[in-house]
Design a protein around this ligand. Structure first.
Ligand code: SF4
Length: 447
């Protein structure tokens, strides 16, 4: 059972990694959908958007052919509105709240309409925001992901000079490095970062890692305020025997490699087991299948009722031919000659609800074996605990403790996004960046 790369032809790779939610094929089809919107008062779609985009307004603007105005309406609330239109779990957010669901009719395709407006803005390089005159203030942002970029954009518009320090060689964070390539391509992410920073006043310093190339103390000295938006790290360890075997990989690393290189260079097994059932697990499983793995199994310790991914994501995995095993918790990884051959799972059953309200899995006493030559770990990500612990920042197991407005226990240091919440959606990080920017402006007496 070999792990190998170059399993498919160039055409097959292209087909497997093409856009999963194609855009409207014409202006007319976008207008037809925009005209279905009821422009609800107190729109539930807007209420369920973490960035509170005025959805009826941007749809109305599309229906009147004011696409530029529509893009502005989206970006003023969510500067990553183009990326979010491709990666947001809309079925549990805006589209899931659309009143058409109550009438048992197809909801308005809000994400596709958002994509229709925002991608034109990116393609045509529409300049939709001006910077206010310089305030003379300067802020350091750590991390060029959704939280950092969103924070930087708001600050820059208010006349603040921003320097973003990013440890990778590209911006976009999770969007660029951690999401399946058929949702957003690395090229698209690069365009989006360019578009956001084209507002001016944002200096991006790549290959600058906090704790290595820069220190928080130095940033505090050099800037009027600091915003930390450096996200979370690699996958949580399973802490089971055999985790060190060749063929056991981290889902984030797997997706990262896939997005940083070319598809034919990425090794994948014949029989792949992915542990977890969040968005990253689904992305890793579907991408393994699309790289040519013969069998991909998702193993999750709870049931469908408790799974973190959405029904839509689960269906994507099923349509790709991935097998799902519920109530399966990894117990041991077995191998031969240092390489994975089997995953031993405990068969679980559901016990009492935990703090999250979901019923906790408990061992049933039975085990079963899955044949595998590759095991992908996607059971959550861990915060950068060493980095956070080495500072004076208050934290809980590496998650920075921040107030609602993003302020931390250190005066002038703010934080938001995954490094605070432990890992949520891209759109939540964008909102956190906006909130943090507002608090920083107030702190600097700019507002
Ligand atoms: Fe339009 Fe649906 Fe939002 Fe109502 S809930 S404004 S119909 S998208």
């Amino acid at each position: 059972m070999p792990i190998k790369s170059n399993r498919l032809t160039a055409e097959e790779y292209e087909q497997n990694f093409s856009d999963i939610h194609p855009p409207f094929d014409s202006r007319e089809s976008a207008l037809v959908e925009a005209n279905r919107c009821l422009f609800c008062y107190d729109a539930p779609c807007t209420k369920s958007c973490p960035t509170e985009i005025n959805i009826p307004k941007f749809i109305k603007q599309i229906s009147t052919d004011n696409v530029k105005g529509s893009a502005h309406t989206i970006f003023v609330s969510n500067i990553m509105g183009a990326g979010c239109s491709r990666v947001c779990p809309v079925e549990k957010l805006c589209e899931g709240s659309c009143v058409y669901n109550l009438m048992e009719e197809t909801p308005i395709p809000i994400a596709r309409l958002q994509r229709y407006a925002t991608e034109q803005a990116l393609e045509k390089k529409w300049k939709l925001f001006d910077r206010k005159p310089s305030t003379g203030k300067k802020v350091a942002v750590v991390g060029a992901g959704p939280a950092g970029l969103s924070c930087a954009h708001v600050l820059s518009r208010e006349g603040v000079d921003v320097t973003i320090y990013e440890k990778e060689s590209k911006g976009g964070g999770l969007m660029t490095y951690g999401i399946a390539a058929y949702k957003v391509t690395p090229e698209f992410c690069e365009e989006e970062v360019k578009y956001i920073t084209s507002v001016g006043g944002i200096n991006l310093k790549y290959d600058h890692e906090l704790g290595k190339d820069i220190t928080l103390t130095q940033l505090q000295k050099d800037y009027d305020a600091v915003y930390l938006g450096f996200g979370v790290g690699l996958a949580r360890q399973l802490n089971i025997p055999g985790e060190e075997l060749e063929g056991v990989v981290d889902a984030i690393r797997f997706i990262y490699d896939l997005r940083s290189g070319s598809y034919d260079n990425i090794p994948v097994g014949d029989k792949v087991v992915v542990i977890g059932m969040g968005m990253t697990a689904i992305d890793a499983a579907t991408q393994a299948k699309r790289l040519g793995a013969k069998e991909v199994t998702l193993a999750y310790r709870r049931t469908q009722e408790e799974m973190p991914c959405t029904e839509t994501e689960l269906n994507i995995a099923k349509l790709d031919g991935c097998r799902i095993i519920w109530l399966a918790a990894p117990a041991m990884i077995k191998g031969e000659n240092g390489k994975v051959t089997q995953l031993v799972c405990n068969l679980m059953q559901l016990g009492e609800p935990d703090a999250s309200g979901r019923r906790s899995p408990v061992e049933s006493g039975e085990q079963f074996i899955l044949e595998a030559d590759m095991v992908i770990k996607a059971a959550g990500q861990i915060p950068f605990e060493d980095l956070v612990s080495s500072s004076q920042l208050q934290h809980a197991n590496g998650k920075i403790t921040a107030q609602k407005n993003g302020s931390t226990n250190i005066r002038g240091v703010f934080a938001g996004g995954d490094c605070v919440n432990g890992g949520k959606e891209v759109v939540d990080a964008v909102q956190a960046g906006k909130i943090g920017a507002k608090a920083i402006l107030e702190y600097m007496n700019v507002l």
